[in-house]
Design a protein around this ligand. Structure first.
Ligand SMILES: *Cc1c(COP(=O)(O)O)cnc(C)c1O
Length: 370
């Protein structure tokens, strides 16, 4: 068997030990005589699995008691609708447009309320996070995309949240799909912190939603579908209907792997080391470069381009890069179809050896194509 280094933006590589454990337990989970895939979600065998995953999330992220942890379906994209549907009271929200995912969130939110785009780097190809020191006004919430998977930027400093004219606090909502548990965060800064799991936590199929309990209220709109109401899931410990059982089981194993490797702080050290190595390679190269401004660079998704300027040559060169890298066991390096170039996603599970192998390949490719 030979495994590749998988730089996919998502679904993405998982720790190998997690896959091995899952394989060993595939036919008989801990003497139950069943696979976790086959279990009732309400069985004595399964209940500890979801409870363990929740306890690990709470521990790893130091989540205070006044926050609920929900395991939902529909991907991060469903949160683009659930957030405005559930938080709408005044009818207006502030969004920061930092990339294609925030743009999608904005378009979806506009169906339900008035959206003020308070800052955007769209006109600059989203190559930096615009400066937003403070979010203030009569907003139901402020919304940011913490790490921008496609363009490779992340928020270095969170905006301060001001008060509404009635003196109440504006909650901050963050899409953390591509950076959850890649470094420590202070959850108390957020009202809702959500992430599709398929980048840093699990296979596809579950969305983790961490929500301050006072934001879970009765249906703001009586037409909100039951499944899109946070209260439905909070009241039933994510067991209102069948949760994505197997994905949650794998998430539990990934979380245990994170704990065994130093927790969020350990992930930051590991990720910083990989990202530093890769960015310093790009910055010192006369063949490649990073399109992203230094103070906005992501630890997880690193887009890069060659310095080739002839538009006729660029596409062919990129295509050759991606194909030759794949032949060398370095897969999924094509940039997102909307931005082009290349992109290396180096989530928690990517070992530093993968980044070193990529740099060695890039050196060889540069020498052959100069
Ligand atoms: C991948 C991603 C999404 C979309 O997630 P789905 O689970 O496919 O809906 C949304 N936001 C960000 C930041 C992402 O990286």
């Amino acid at each position: 068997m030979s495994r590749v280094y998988n730089f996919s933006a998502g679904p993405s590589c998982l720790p190998e030990s997690v896959l091995q454990e899952a394989a060993a337990e595939m036919l008989d989970y801990q003497g139950s005589g069943q696979s976790v895939m086959e279990m009732s979600h309400r069985s004595k065998n399964y209940e500890p699995i979801i409870q363990d995953a929740e306890a690990r999330v709470r521990r790893l992220m130091s989540i205070p008691d006044n926050y609920a942890i929900l395991f939902l379906q529909g991907g991060a994209s469903t949160q683009f609708a659930m957030v405005p549907m559930n938080l709408k009271k005044l009818g207006k929200a502030a969004y920061v447009d930092t990339g294609i995912w925030s743009d999608k969130a904005i378009k979806e939110a506009k169906k339900y309320l008035t959206v003020d785009v308070i800052a955007s780097s769209k006109d600059h190809g989203y190559t930096f996070i615009p400066e937003v020191n403070r979010i203030e006004g009569d907003y139901d919430y402020g919304y940011i995309t913490l790490n921008n998977t496609i363009v490779g930027t992340k928020w270095a400093t969170l905006p301060e949240m001001g008060k509404r004219s009635d003196g109440t606090d504006i909650p901050l909502v963050a899409d953390a799909s591509s950076c959850i548990l890649s470094e420590p965060v202070d959850i108390s800064r957020f009202g809702i912190f959500f992430a599709g799991a398929q980048k840093n936590l699990a296979p596809a199929g579950v969305t983790l939603v961490i929500i301050r309990k006072d934001l879970i209220t009765e249906f703001p709109d009586p037409l909100t579908p039951t499944m899109l109401d946070y209260k439905t899931h909070a009241d039933s410990d994510s067991m209102y209907n069948t949760p994505p059982c197997y994905t949650i089981y794998i998430m539990g194993k990934v979380l245990a792997w994170i704990e065994a490797n130093g927790g969020a702080q350990g992930m930051l050290k590991r990720n910083q080391e990989k990202a530093d190595l890769f960015y310093s390679y790009l910055d010192s190269s006369d063949f490649y470069k990073s399109p992203v401004e230094k103070n906005s660079r992501s630890l997880m998704n690193i887009p890069f381009v060659t310095r080739e300027t002839d538009p006729d040559k660029v596409a062919a060169l990129n295509k050759r890069f991606v194909a030759e890298a794949a032949a060398a066991g370095l897969v999924n390096l094509a940039g997102h179809r909307l931005v082009g170039g290349m992109r290396a996603s180096i989530y928690n599970a990517m070992p530093i050896e993968g980044v070193k192998a990529l740099i060695a390949f890039m050196d060889k490719f540069a020498a052959e194509n100069r």
